[in-house]
Design a protein around this ligand. Structure first.
Ligand SMILES: N[C@@H](CCC(=O)N[C@@H](CS)C(=O)NCC(=O)O)C(=O)O
Length: 222
């Protein structure tokens, strides 16, 4: 049985959403955010203290985009994966990696220096610079969606889940108001997917059942 360690609407939402898309059985273990401070016993599971942590037998993974690639390759019978001999393979990998390194990381600086830090450690200039940086990087997403419904391979893949989470985070930060038109329409389409909505409901219920706060991680304020 796959085990996913998760905090509400943190980057571990990527594998949660993908597990729902794939219809795979899994166990969801909820943690208060950030586990490093709120549940120090989690450090014995993942010394980094970060989520996601996915455990699949002897395999333990802590990178959300890598987990999406792993689940799609290993558990989707090709449905949400792009094969190495597919012409879209390179684009697929590029979107998967871009989803966190380019589209999520700058937003974590906005989050940290607008909300998570306090007093003189708040850095409004850093936050606005990296918000602009993120919005500029959306240009590549906007371009890809000019003539396609999804990012690559002419169909919905794990890359759409991975990039979709970056858009979810942007929504929590209020940056979605500045999405360019094709990105905005794409995000509206992704949110209609039953597996996305199911993942939102499942994490909420699991938080209640496991006695963890239901506030999404990006909305927590110190
Ligand atoms: N690159 C990793 C980043 C993982 C990460 O930093 N997760 C955040 C939640 S979005 C976390 O657990 N933060 C808690 C902490 O840093 O203590 C990924 O894509 O999964």
């Amino acid at each position: 049985m796959i085990i996913l360690h998760h905090c509400v609407s943190a980057r571990s939402f990527r594998p949660l959403w993908l597990l729902e898309e794939l219809g795979l059985p899994y166990e969801l273990r909820m943690w208060p955010f950030p586990p490093r401070a709120m549940a120090r016993e989690f450090l014995s599971e993942n010394p980094l203290g970060t989520v996601p942590l996915l455990v699949d037998g002897a395999t333990r993974m802590s990178e959300s985009a890598g987990i999406c690639q792993y689940l799609a390759a290993r558990h989707s019978s090709g449905g949400l994966d792009v094969a190495v001999d597919d012409p879209a393979f390179g684009a697929y990998l590029n979107w998967l990696h871009m989803s966190d390194a380019t589209l999520t990381f700058p937003q974590t600086l906005v989050l940290r220096y607008t909300y998570f830090e306090t007093g003189e450690r708040l850095q409004p200039q850093v936050a606005s610079d990296y918000a602009r940086w993120f919005l500029a990087r959306l240009r590549s997403v906007e371009e890809a969606l000019q003539s396609a419904e999804f990012l690559c391979a002419g169909r919905f893949t794990a890359a759409d889940v991975a990039v979709g989470y970056a858009l979810l985070l942007a929504e929590h930060l209020g940056l979605d108001q500045q999405f360019p038109p094709a990105v905005s329409a794409y995000w509206a389409r992704l949110k209609q997917r039953p597996a996305y909505q199911q993942a939102l409901q499942i994490q909420h219920q699991a938080a209640l059942d496991q006695g963890v706060p239901t506030t999404p991680a990006p909305d927590i304020r110190p």
